[in-house]
Design a protein around this ligand. Structure first.
Ligand SMILES: N[C@@H]1[C@@H](O)[C@H](O)[C@@H](COP(=O)(O)O)O[C@@H]1O
Length: 264
């Protein structure tokens, strides 16, 4: 894991946007794995600005989202398809036919999960996967107890996640308790993984993910097994890490090494 600790959410979003911009400028046909939640919004805003300024293009890119609520179709304002359209796709030059979100209205959700996996494989796999993290350590909608090699499937949400996401729904609005989510195995197959987290309410999950044991009790801890996982967090989200100074030291050394390699 590469652990990058920055001052605040603005720096985290800019750092994440730099990684995605570099990826797309290296390979315009990149297969992007995208995420929802409030954390990536600022990163998407940065990408929209860069796209409109002509600094990065999504014209040739393809995207796969991590998850979707089961029971909501894409026109529902709380669906993740709607979120992606309004927060990113409507404002950039991506071909929407090349943006995939698990179908929350699938008649046969189990078959839809298999088809989603097949589609990812058909496109050649995900080059770079963006992730947030739930307070209970979930990634996508892989709640605690999720299999560490799981694939895209229907998952039941925990009460904690339903409560955390209730803020997006009106008090009398139906809030799904089921989802379709990429599995942890699906996420680990991405060539690169970038997890963003900000704020003190993520500090416990971040500590468990980085310093805790590899365990289904903290699904994000599976990223310890990924060969190219970058964890970008602000100081508040890093505040419960026991070895924070060591991680900062490693990153400083890493930057020196990168500068040296670039000078060769
Ligand atoms: N399925 C999403 C996750 O992918 C996301 O990481 C999490 C945290 O969201 P936020 O960034 O709003 O804290 O929310 C939802 O549960």
């Amino acid at each position: 894991m590469q652990i990058v600790i920055l001052n605040d959410a603005i720096e985290v979003a800019a750092y994440g946007a730099d990684i995605f911009t570099a990826q797309l400028n290296r390979n315009a046909r990149s297969i992007l794995g995208l995420a929802t939640g409030s954390t990536p919004v600022a990163l998407y805003q940065a990408l929209i600005e860069r796209n409109q300024a002509g600094d990065v293009s999504f014209k040739e890119a393809t995207s796969f989202n991590l998850d979707e609520y089961l029971g909501l179709d894409g026109s529902h304002p709380q669906s993740y398809r709607h979120f992606m359209n309004s927060q990113l796709f409507d404002h950039i030059d991506i071909n929407k036919a090349h943006t995939y979100v698990p179908p929350g209205d699938a008649k046969n959700p189990v078959a839809a999960c298999h088809e989603y996996e097949e589609k990812i494989a058909e496109k050649g796999g995900i080059d770079i996967q963006l992730l947030g993290i739930g307070r209970n350590g979930h990634i996508g909608f892989n709640e605690p107890s999720s299999g560490l090699t799981s694939r895209t499937r229907v998952k039941t949400l925990t009460k904690a996640t339903i409560d955390d996401n209730a803020r997006f729904f009106k008090p009398d609005e139906y809030q799904p308790h089921l989802s379709i989510t990429m599995g942890i195995g699906t996420i680990l197959d991405a060539k690169k993984v970038v997890l963003l987290a900000t704020g003190e309410n993520k500090a416990e999950a971040i500590q468990a993910m980085i310093e805790g044991p590899l365990t289904a009790a903290c699904p994000a801890s599976a990223l310890q097994m990924h060969r190219d996982a970058v964890i970008v967090i602000d100081k508040a989200a890093a505040s419960k890490l026991k070895d924070i100074e060591f991680y900062q030291h490693i990153e400083a050394e890493n930057q020196k090494l990168q500068a040296y390699l670039a000078s060769l």
